[in-house]
Design a protein around this ligand. Structure first.
Ligand code: ARG
Ligand code: ZN
Ligand code: CA
Length: 245
């Protein structure tokens, strides 16, 4: 049903240093990762264990770079209270947020890689923020490693499309998706497979899901249940139905 959803992306670049003024090539590398990860075109998709091959999903949503807006700033970190989204606070207001996905690239600070607004919030702050150091694909010897493959954006855009953390932000919590196993908590690094949960039923955790907290090279799938949640958001009558235009 969402085979034809194509999301225009506006990238808002806030920079103080030249490194923060990320290149168009780096921006395009990020768009390419989103297109791969949301269309089962990522080269690691075939690494999904057989246990989960029946539920791995092609979300079938594509992204196209619409425009890049750049603004020089004297701020060295922007925090997580949306200042980067407000011209009055030195940031950049979103462009057409009901029909375009706005991504802000800036230094967030506090070790935060990125953050997102869930569907249903104010359009004035809608979109996702990615720390400039974790934007796009860089080399494995860069300071961005192990978050250098553009998966921070895949994770944050997952939130923007209504996906919860796979551990439900609680011990053995729920992500409101039935085909993802119950996880004890967030996983980091690249867990060896199989990694068992001690929650009821001791399922094998789906640590390779984009909505866990592993290293970029450790995450490479969405599930069919996650795809259903995303489809509902973009369906007629859904919270992001305006993106169907
Ligand atoms: N919201 C998470 C954070 O700020 C993003 C985690 C992204 N994970 C990744 N492998 N890129 O830390
Ligand atoms: Zn998250
Ligand atoms: Ca679940």
């Amino acid at each position: 049903v969402n085979g034809k959803i194509e999301i225009p992306v506006v990238v808002n670049v806030l920079y103080r240093t030249t490194a923060e003024n990320i290149s168009l090539a780096l921006i395009q590398s990020q768009i390419d990762v989103l297109n791969k990860d949301f269309n089962a075109q990522n080269t690691d998709y075939n690494q999904v264990p057989a246990l989960f091959s029946g539920v791995k999903a092609n979300v079938e949503i594509s992204f196209v770079l619409d425009q890049v807006i750049r603004k020089s700033t004297t701020k060295s970190s922007w925090g997580t209270r949306d200042a980067m989204k407000k011209s009055k606070q030195g940031g950049l207001n979103p462009t057409s947020p009901t029909t375009k996905l706005n991504i802000w690239s800036c230094t967030i600070g506090g070790g935060i890689l990125g953050y997102a607004q869930f569907p249903g919030g104010s359009s004035a702050t809608d979109g996702v923020v990615i720390d400039a150091n974790y934007f796009g694909v860089t080399s494995s010897s860069s300071s961005s490693y192990p978050y250098n493959l553009g998966r921070t954006a895949s994770h944050e855009v997952g939130h923007w499309m209504n996906l919860r953390h796979i551990w439900g932000d609680a011990t053995c919590g729920s992500d409101l998706v039935s085909d993802t196993p119950v996880h004890n908590t967030a996983n980091y690094g690249v867990p060896a497979y199989p990694h068992y949960s001690t929650c009821s039923g001791t399922p094998v955790e789906m640590t390779m899901n984009y909505m866990d907290y592993t290293d970029d090279r450790g995450m490479y799938m969405f599930s069919l249940g996650q795809k259903s949640r995303i489809d509902a958001i973009f369906a007629v009558g859904g919270v992001r139905a305006s993106f169907r235009l």
